[in-house]
Ligand binder design. Structure first.
Ligand code: NAD
Length: 508
């Protein structure tokens, strides 16, 4: 069972199969963003803790015949399935912990835990069903040639605060399925569920040293992991600025690098999608969900509404009317639809973007302020109202940069070409959607969008069996799906000569 007070007593750093405090003895209070009160304490690790954890992962990887990389695939898959079962058992506690830590609603927290369990099941099934290798026809009966996949080695994983456990699971599940060992550094402000997951991996029977965690800041623990000579792969999810630093640090050691970075995701609505009352209602409802779920702190948030000019006024009026009615409050309160932002710093960033947009000529349709305090919304919490900014254009900072908050900008178009050009006019390329009743147009536009995920008449669903990742500066590599497993593997060609004989190239 999840018990954060237990971790407070024994430490939140796990290396060499043991829970510990930080080498330097430092700790950090974890705040509830709904009222800014501390509700847990974790070890604040540093570079030495990162080194100890990497040493532990290295030892576990390089161990003898019985070590994790050489464990039969069926056993690895069985362990992953046991972890999924333990996640289901602890769903309520973990969902609550995620809700309090990241500020999301309890229901979102529960859904996250279900998705985490799904990721473990998916990668268990994927490796269990695989052929052990690909036999290659070498053109001779005297040669046996086979291509096999092996684990990369020690993986460093660095994760963000918005979906703490979900992002961790997209790395941990495939890494373990492939036979790697790892050190994870969760976001320093939302580490609790990742600490709990390490406990579940141990409970499921993972050998000591395979799973390691260091709680602590990015510029020390994260930076050390990215450059560490004994780390073979770095998988990072977070912002563009930190991701660039991680890639630079990892390049020094020519490590494998996977980056899942930000997004500025277009939601393109054609007038024909709104031709019926039902179509209009669905498109507005989904635009609301695209932009404001988890207070917009979602890498794939539909933060740019690009709507056909003929329906703009009606669409935006209805959107603003519904956005104003979103019930903000502490995520654990019944009836609350949206929680606070994760930190004071994040809210200040959102406020600065809204101020810059208004200075650049955007028209505020709703929000743009902190809500009045209420029993569900303490004055000390980091709340911000869902905000709709109309009359935006692509030169505005708020349209170009990732706000990562409850701010929706509205742009308009007249032609299909214009809609596609606007939707692709971003340095990112994570996700985008097109809403239309015209099946041909849907396919055409989806085909032209330069984004890693494209939704047609939907927004936000993802599947563990389908790859997730970005074009452009949204990242490098893919998570989930077969490619998400391939990230954690090396490919090896084993060529066996069954009838060795001299080649006589040299006269001798
Ligand atoms: P962030 O970049 O500030 O931090 C992410 C992680 O990197 C944290 O654990 C942090 O401690 C660590 N870090 C910071 N500086 C580092 C450094 N120099 N070296 C190594 N590690 C360092 O991001 P955030 O604010 O936690 O998360 C929000 C960002 O994450 C957004 O940009 C969002 O789009 C992105 N994100 C992307 C995806 C995706 O799938 N593409 C998913 C979730 C979040």
């Amino acid at each position: 069972m999840v018990d954060s007070t237990e971790h407070e007593a024994r430490g939140t750093i796990h290396a060499g199969g043991e829970w510990r405090e930080a080498v330097g003895g430092a700790t950090r209070e974890i705040l509830d963003p709904a009222d800014a009160t501390p509700f847990a304490v974790v070890a604040e690790g540093g570079e030495k803790d990162a080194d100890l954890a990497v040493e532990s992962a290295r030892r576990a990887f390089d161990g003898g015949q019985g070590a994790w990389p050489r464990t039969p695939v069926a056993e690895r898959a069985a362990l992953l399935r046991r972890v999924a079962g333990l996640l289901a058992r602890d769903r309520e506690e973990l969902g609550l912990l995620e809700s309090r830590d990241a500020g999301k609603t309890l229901e979102e927290g529960r859904v996250d835990i279900d998705c985490v369990a799904d990721a473990f099941r998916y990668f268990a099934d994927l490796v269990a069903a695989e052929a052990p290798g690909r036999v290659v026809d070498a053109g001779s009966p005297d040669v046996h040639s086979v291509v096999v996949h092996e684990p990369v080695g020690v993986c460093a994983m660095i994760t963000p605060w918005n979906y703490p456990l979900l992002q961790a699971s997209w790395k941990i599940a495939p890494a373990l399925a492939a036979g790697n060992t790892f050190v994870i550094k969760p976001s320093e402000i939302t580490p609790l569920t990742t600490v709990a997951l390490i406990g579940l991996l141990v409970e499921a029977g993972l050998p000591a040293g395979v799973a390691n965690i260091v709680t602590g800041p990015g510029h020390t623990v994260g930076a050390r992991l990215a450059e560490h000579p004994d780390v073979d792969l770095v998988s990072f999810t977070g912002g563009l600025a930190s991701g660039t630093k991680v890639a630079r640090a990892a390049a020094g050691g020519v490590k494998k690098v996977a980056l899942e970075l930000g997004g500025k995701n277009p939601n393109v609505v054609f007038a024909d999608a709104c031709a019926t009352d039902e179509g209009f209602d669905t498109a507005v409802d989904q635009a609301l969900n695209a932009a404001f779920i988890h207070s917009g702190q979602v890498c794939s948030a539909g933060a740019r509404l690009i709507v056909e000019e003929s329906v703009r006024d009606r669409f935006v009026a209805e959107l603003a009317r519904r956005a104003e009615r979103i019930r903000l409050g502490r995520g654990t309160e019944a009836g609350v639809e949206c929680g606070p932002l994760v930190s004071e710093q994040q809210r200040a960033k959102v406020e600065a973007y809204v101020a810059s947009a208004l200075a650049e000529g955007a028209v505020l349709r709703c929000g743009g302020r902190r809500p009045d305090p209420s029993p569900q919304r303490p004055a000390t919490g980091y709340f911000y109202e869902p905000t709709v900014l109309d009359r935006c254009h692509r030169e505005m900072r708020v349209v170009r940069e990732e706000v990562f908050g409850p701010v929706l900008t509205v742009e308009t178009f007249r032609t299909e070409d214009e809609a596609v050009a606007l939707a692709n006019d971003t340095e990112y390329g994570l996700a985008g959607a097109v809403w239309t009743a015209d099946a041909g147009r849907a396919r055409r536009v989806a085909g032209r969008l330069r984004h890693g995920t494209v939704w047609i008449n939907d927004f936000h669903p993802y599947l563990p069996q389908a790859e997730w990742g970005g074009f452009g500066r949204s990242g490098v590599g893919r998570e989930l799906g077969p490619a998400g497993l391939a990230e954690y593997r090396e490919t090896k060609h084993v060529y066996q000569n069954l009838a060795p004989a001299p080649v006589r190239w040299f006269a001798g």
